[in-house]
Design a protein around this ligand. Structure first.
Ligand SMILES: *Cc1c(COP(=O)(O)O)cnc(C)c1O
Length: 462
């Protein structure tokens, strides 16, 4: 399988190279040149299989020759071994025809574990083979960082540096990043916002001298391997609800557009997804873009669903590339315009996007009210990100078409918002019960690329 950049000016790579590279050297994102298709019979054959076996069948054509079949199977087995639910991604019914897909049974209690645990395993295989050493650098609003640290801590040949905005992540999120004692883990509290962290990340990746000197590798959702791992649960969920014999709709709480984009690839592979509903919080650039056709950046406002407090949604670039007929020059021009605040999506591209996506938003009050209502109606306690999806999903229910809302984090990861809405403080699961007693290790750092570079050079262990 060959991977090409959305901006058309970076080298064509195979799967392993695209995974190790993360961001393309022309600033674009890697995508497969063509999406493999499954027949209805092949999809029907997924029914009743373990999650890991579906993962192997779905990912294998994308991985191509990069890893052998046994290597891939073993990597998948190790990736999901630490999940605390045998189904890995179980469905829970909320109402007739409306289901939650619980994606928080991994080690850090958010859906990011599905992708990060797998790429941790695949990186390990690739590095063992090449003898290469890498410095993983990530920017996080909370969940990506903890998932990356959990996946890469203690691995040989890898250092992992995670930048998060000082004072702007939940205490559970911070402690998941600051308490691992492995020497190759470095949690950096940056004096700035999440958008600052993401901007510094891009600065360091675009400094090709530094990038090559420390072997910089990226595991943010710009990394294609992250998207790939997230395609799998669309298949397991839809097949449990009757696909390929009938269509299934999904609602996805969205920030960087990685998770919902994975759904669009599942659909392109032949899974009968009816509608993909993009659900945003008050930071609604994606909802505004899909309804009004203008992608225009505003100021990110902190919300009770902080993992979605994003203005520049990286993976939307991948959807634009498809909507513009895989025209790298057109995408590069749009991204140039974005530097001065935004761009208008062409009529043709907007029509193409609307064939795949519909959208909605939830205000802060609506999110809190949904947490409370769902608790009263069903007894389920949901996290604020999940509540954004459930609120928007309820506006898009269709008779005869099951709706699946993605439940992206465990409520105990956001206990303050859940307690404010329901009066209940959700407890951490047993494997994390002592999180608040563990010692923390954090480096506070200025919002400055040079300072971050010096720190990386000084601290890295490999
Ligand atoms: C990251 C995250 C999201 C948003 O996912 P994207 O792929 O960035 O759209 C939603 N909910 C939670 C809990 C997250 O951690």
């Amino acid at each position: 399988m060959r991977y090409v950049s959305t901006r058309g000016r970076a080298p064509v790579l195979d799967f392993e190279q695209a995974m190790m590279t993360g961001l393309a050297r022309d600033g674009g994102l890697y995508l497969p040149e063509a999406v493999p298709m499954f027949s209805a019979e092949e999809i029907a054959g997924f029914e009743g299989l373990p999650y890991e076996e579906v993962a192997r069948r779905v990912t294998s054509p994308f991985v191509g020759e990069s890893f052998g079949d046994a290597e891939l199977r073993d990597a998948i087995a190790r990736a999901y071994r630490g999940f605390d639910h045998v189904a890995r991604a179980p469905l829970v019914q909320l109402a007739p025809g409306h289901h939650l897909l619980e994606l928080f049974h991994g080690p850090t209690l958010a859906f990011k574990d599905f992708a990060m645990q797998l790429i941790g395993q695949l990186f390990q295989l690739a590095l063992a083979r090449s003898g290469q050493r890498v410095t993983i650098l990530g920017a996080t609003s909370g969940d990506t960082g903890s998932a990356a640290i959990e996946a890469f801590k203690g691995l040989p040949n890898v250092d992992v540096f995670i930048m998060y905005p000082h004072g702007r992540v939940s205490e559970v999120q911070r402690r998941q990043m600051s308490t691992p004692s492995e020497a190759n883990v470095h949690a950096l509290a940056v004096d700035g916002t999440f958008d600052d962290c993401q901007a510094r990340l891009k600065d360091l990746f675009n400094d090709h001298g530094f990038r090559d000197a420390v072997g910089l590798a990226g595991v943010n959702s710009i990394n294609w391997a992250r998207v790939l791992a997230q395609i799998v649960y669309y298949f397991t969920a839809a097949v449990s609800l009757g696909a390929p014999g009938r269509a299934v709709d999904f609602t996805v709480p969205t920030g960087n557009f990685g998770d919902v984009f994975a759904g669009s690839i599942a659909k392109a592979m032949g899974l009968p997804i009816g509608r993909l509903v993009v659900a945003t919080n008050q930071n609604d650039i994606l909802h505004r873009a899909l309804t009004g056709g203008e992608y225009r950046v505003g100021a990110a406002r902190p919300s009770i669903s902080p993992s979605m407090d994003i203005q520049v949604s990286s993976n939307f670039e991948r959807a634009l590339w498809l909507a513009y007929g895989q025209d790298g020059n057109a995408v590069a021009a749009l991204m140039e315009e974005l530097k001065s605040g935004g761009f208008a999506i062409s009529q043709g591209a907007l029509q193409a996007l609307r064939e795949t996506y519909v959208s909605g938003r939830a205000s802060e009050a609506e999110t809190a009210a949904t947490i409370a209502t769902i608790r009263e109606e069903t007894g389920e306690v949901i996290c604020p990100h999940t509540a954004v999806a459930v609120k928007v999903a309820r506006e898009h229910l269709r008779p005869g078409v099951p709706m699946v809302s993605l439940s992206t984090a465990h409520p105990a990861k956001f206990p303050d918002a859940v307690e404010a809405a329901t009066g209940i403080r959700p407890p951490l699961p047993p494997h994390m019960a002592d999180l608040f007693e563990r010692d923390e290790r954090i480096t506070r750092i200025a919002n400055d690329a040079e300072a971050i570079k010096s720190l990386i050079l000084e601290r890295r262990t490999v």
